[in-house]
Design a protein around this ligand. Structure first.
Ligand code: ADP
Ligand code: MG
Length: 222
């Protein structure tokens, strides 16, 4: 469950300010965020992920006031509890497919890697059709394949919240549908809320709710 109340955020360098009075997303709810470029969609996702911190207001996730946590705790909370899919995949070029999927376990001492985790990672890679490419490097993959690796990585920690920034941009229809299906099924089976930023109007019917970022109170100064 995500509860956002009266948040205000501005980038230090100025130029953009976002205010959101209230936003609630319940367990298992699937929410799409759509709206014009520059309207603060990625900013909100980073606020929910605790990458950015609001100047005022609260963000509570599963009873934890994320925006009030000290930096390190916020980072641990994110690694332990959230699955993030970034627009640019953020795969490490020098790691294989499998090691990229397992990356959260490599970078954080709060997650413990064991055989079960390793098997889960391998299963997920097979499930997205990359079973024969586990030892490949990102430079040897297509865009669609990279995107599938990014989704496997987001889900391998069995997160209690999944946040995706245009996870199906630049994909062909069958890859797009497959990735979306994976995310929706995970949300269904785990009860994790799923928040997806997307410009793809054909996908909106798959979600319980669609938020339009044009309705948020934001200011852009030049
Ligand atoms: P969207 O994802 O809806 O396209 P963003 O949340 O990325 O929009 O950006 C909202 C506004 O904030 C834009 O005007 C953008 O230029 C500005 N912005 C984004 N990131 C930064 C940053 N790191 N520093 C300053 N301004 C930023
Ligand atoms: Mg964006």
């Amino acid at each position: 469950m995500i509860q956002v109340q009266d948040i205000e955020f501005a980038y230090r360098s100025g130029g953009f300010r976002l205010r959101i009075a209230s936003l609630r997303i319940s367990a298992g709810e699937k929410v799409a965020i759509t709206g014009p470029s520059g309207s603060g969609k990625t900013t909100l996702l980073n606020l929910l992920a605790g990458v950015l911190v609001p100047e005022a207001g609260t963000i509570v996730i599963d009873g934890v006031g994320v925006s009030q946590l000290p930096h390190e705790d916020r980072q641990d909370f994110r690694i332990l509890r959230m699955g993030l899919v970034f627009q640019e995949f953020e795969l490490l070029e020098y790691l294989t497919v499998l090691d990229n999927v397992l990356l959260p376990y490599r970078v954080s001492p709060v997650l413990i890697m064991d055989e079960i985790v390793r098997e889960r990672a391998e299963d997920s890679v097979r499930d997205v059709g990359l079973g024969r490419k586990v030892k490949r490097f990102p430079g040897q993959l297509s865009q669609g394949e990279k995107q599938r690796v990014a989704v496997c990585r987001a889900l391998v920690t069995q997160p209690s919240l999944v946040l995706c920034d245009e996870p199906t941009g630049n994909l062909d229809t069958s890859n797009r549908d497959h990735i979306l299906q994976l995310l929706l099924e995970y949300s269904d089976s785990s009860g994790a809320p799923l928040v997806v930023i997307t410009h793809d109007t054909e996908l909106l019917h798959c979600f319980d709710r669609v938020l339009d970022s044009a309705s948020w109170e934001s200011e852009t100064e030049s």
